[in-house]
Design a protein around this ligand. Structure first.
Ligand code: SAJ
Length: 426
């Protein structure tokens, strides 16, 4: 008689929870998926790859994910993974309501001895101040009848190399038993190392600094881009040159701004948390302000180039190439393109918007239509489809100015075609 599989519940079946559920189901676990979104649940029941990642396509046919519509079905699980969103609100305050409500669902539907792992990105202190009290209020004793850990997700959407299987992790818990249970679980499903942290706060802090590191480095080159624009220096070439140094330099690239669910969000977790100790993360705040200024800076570049041809934004037909925050995915979260579009509309621009991954957000059918209808073009997402377009198409359609918000087009070639080109810092 084969040994009964251990049951794992994944709460939150998005770009983090769903790949983890699939991966665990390929190992010696029976997986139960729980999510508030009925559409997601029915698509999973139909065996659909709801995140669209290619490596999931290979794994999906081999697995079965039990969709738990009734939360009491979760009672049979011994391991609970919480992978719900942790966005910030319009004032950039962390919204932990999803983590709280997921914790309540688990605390109501578990049995003694369960392991609860929060994967969502949270600031240091959340497991102690938000998650742990939820379980204690339900009568569970952390370290005895429930074990609570944090193993921050590191999913990189659209990345063909690094994915839930092979990305190393860190893990922290309130006690040694909880830590061991957590490391054992992740080592049983990952082809990657799991570094045990000394405290749960260390694990919470690790993820926050990973992404804050990226945000401040992008802000660094964005500030350089503005300065070098005034000096007539091509910042992209300068960074390429600096990157020939084989140590102690890590290239980042200026752009129309920083979008996504992680990089522009996570630093605010630290900024807000530190305020409780009257500490001001000035450096992180300044980096956020620089990155948040880039959509407007992109418009200033457009206005300067329109002036060169005696035009203004008002009344000009402007092609917008890309709305997604990242290449070759259709994701609008914190997308800088949305801020550029909003401001251009306020200035009276007539926008022809096309994103191949976001047809609902496009107001023209395809790339050809954008070029036919537009006098100037602003590229805001470096989708491969845009990079593969022969540049002569811009000239043949009479495009007079190209603003390259991702510095991804061939500046020299475009200028040789008689088109005015401006990138971010080049
Ligand atoms: N961006 C720049 N310049 C850069 C890099 C990115 O302007 O040099 C912009 C992008 O256009 C995008 C935003 O920043 O709008 C975020 O880009 P990203 O490549 O960081 O993409 P994300 O948001 O998917 O970040 C994920 C993160 N993964 C997790 O949080 C688990 C991040 O930690 C990874 O470092 C990142 O992928 C990655 O390495 O690609």
């Amino acid at each position: 008689m084969s040994q009964e599989k251990q049951k794992v519940a994944v709460i939150g079946l998005g770009y983090v929870g769903f790949p983890l559920a699939v991966l665990a189901a390929t190992k010696d676990y029976e997986v139960f998926g729980y999510d508030k979104d009925e559409e997601k649940l029915s698509r999973i029941e139909k065996g659909e790859n709801i995140v669209g990642e290619e490596y999931i396509d290979e794994l999906l046919p081999k697995v079965k994910i039990n969709v738990a519509r009734d939360e009491t079905n979760l009672k049979q699980c011994k391991i609970f993974i919480i992978a719900v969103p942790t966005p910030v609100d319009e004032k950039y305050y962390p919204d932990l309501s999803f983590v709280r409500s997921a914790s309540e669902t688990v605390a109501k539907n578990m049995e003694s001895g369960a392991l609860v792992v929060v994967e969502s990105t949270i600031n240091p202190g959340v497991c102690e101040e938000i998650v742990k009290p939820v379980f204690e209020k339900k009568g569970w004793e952390v370290g005895k009848t429930v074990y609570i850990s944090h193993c921050p997700e590191r999913i990189n959407p659209g990345d063909s190399k690094w994915n839930v299987r092979n990305i190393p992790r860190v893990a922290g818990s309130f006690d040694e038993i909880g830590l061991k249970k957590t490391v054992d679980f992740y080592e049983s499903i990952l082809d990657a190392t799991v570094m045990p942290m000394k405290t749960i706060r260390e694990a919470e802090a690790a993820k926050i600094i990973e992404n804050s590191f990226r945000d401040v480095n992008i802000a660094f080159v964005n500030e350089l881009a503005k300065s070098f624009d005034l000096m007539g220096i091509d910042i992209v070439n300068v960074i390429r040159g600096a990157a020939t140094k084989p140590f102690a330099f890590m290239p980042h690239w200026p752009s129309r701004g920083v979008g996504g669910h992680c990089i522009p969000v996570d630093p605010y977790y630290l900024i807000e948390k530190a305020k409780e100790n009257d500490f001001d993360h000035r450096f992180l705040r300044n980096a956020r302000a620089i990155n948040n200024s880039m959509p407007h800076y992109t418009i200033e570049l457009l206005q300067n180039k329109l002036n060169e041809i005696e035009k203004s934004v008002k009344g000009t037909s402007i092609g917008i190439l890309g709305v997604s925050y990242k290449a070759n995915v259709g994701d609008l979260r914190e997308s800088p393109a949305l801020k550029v579009i909003e401001e251009l509309e306020k200035l009276g621009g007539r926008l022809n918007i096309f994103d191949p991954y976001l047809p609902k957000y496009s107001n023209v059918k395809n790339l050809d239509e954008v070029l036919e209808k537009s006098e100037v073009v602003v590229l805001l997402t470096n989708h491969s489809q845009f990079l593969n377009l022969p540049l002569e198409n811009f000239r043949d359609n009479g495009i007079r100015v190209i603003i390259d918000g991702l510095n991804c087009l061939d500046k020299e070639k475009i200028e040789s075609l008689g088109i005015i080109y401006k990138g971010i810092g080049r």
